[in-house]
Write a protein of this length. Sequence first.
Length: 148
Amino acid sequence: MNLFKTFAVDEKKVTKGVWHVIEPASSFAVAESEIGDRSAVLVGSMDNPAYREAIERRSKPLMMRHGAKMDAEMRDRLTMEAIAEVVILDWKNWDLQGDGVHVPYSHAVAVDILTNLKWIRLRERLLAIMGDVEAYRVDQEEAVAKNS
């Protein structure tokens, strides 16, 4: 078994992200130059050490205030804020109002999307994209080019 090909991840992709086009029924990795006018999101990996650091940085004050009694809602909010900070890195062509106006990426809008019930289906799609471990493998350039 070639362990490198099977398990090695591209550290740059883990931290700098991979572009994914978001379509109604699917999402797939693409090169940035291939996005065109489609909606796309730049997603890093939750394996990024900065993600764990963001979770720790946010949880310490809450743990001091609430002790071990941090409820599920607080944990979810903390997790989504960390994801918005270091995992969802950018997006292109996002029309969030249905009016044709593209909303630029911002941490605040990303947190709203990840925590607002109105966006639960988009949140689910984003979390699925984050779980696409294949996108972060070292040998994915060819697969990305084929999907474009």
